[in-house]
Write a protein that binds this ligand. Sequence first.
Ligand SMILES: [Fe+2]
Ligand SMILES: [Fe+2]
Length: 173
Amino acid sequence: MNVYVCEICGDAYIGEDKPTDCPFCGAKENFIKSEVEAQPIFLRQEKIGDETKKRMLETYKLETNAVAIYNCMAEKAKEYSQKAMYKRLAKVEMEHATIVTKFLAMSRPEIEKRDCSNDEKKNFQITAELEENATVLYAQFNRFSSEKVAKIFFTALSQVEKNHLDLINQFLR
Ligand SMILES: [Fe+2]
Ligand SMILES: [Fe+2]
C-alpha cells in the first residue's frame, strides 16, 4: 500500500496505485504525488497579492453556492445514482471552497440552505451552466494571476469543472 498526496487539496489517498483523479478535489493525476514528494500549494511560501485574494474569494462564493445548489438537487433526485452524483459534486465543490480557506486562513465554509427545481432536466441544465461558467472563469483567473500557486490552483480547478461539465452534458444529450 502507498500514500499519495494531492498538491491541490492536500488530502492523502491510500492505495496500491495513484488514482487517475483526486477523489476529494478532482484534480488530475499530475497533481498527485507520493507522500514524500508532494508539496501542497497552500503550504508553499508564496505571497499572494490583493487581486488574487479577490479572485480566491470569488472562487469561494461560487463554490459554496454550488454546494448549496447540489445539496438541494441531491435531495430532490429520484434515482439513487443521481442523488449520489450530486452528493459527490457537492463534496468536490466543498473541497474547492476549503482550499481557498487554507490559502486565506479563513474559517471552514458554511453552507446555507438553497431551494432548487423538482425537474430533473432543469437541474441538469443549471448544473451545466454553473460548471461551464466556473470552467471559463477559472481559466481567466489563471491568466490574470501572476503567482505560481494561484496559476496552479486555477488551472487545476478549471480542469475539474470541465470534467463536471462533460459529465453533465452526457445527461443532456
Ligand atoms: Fe485533491
Ligand atoms: Fe469547484
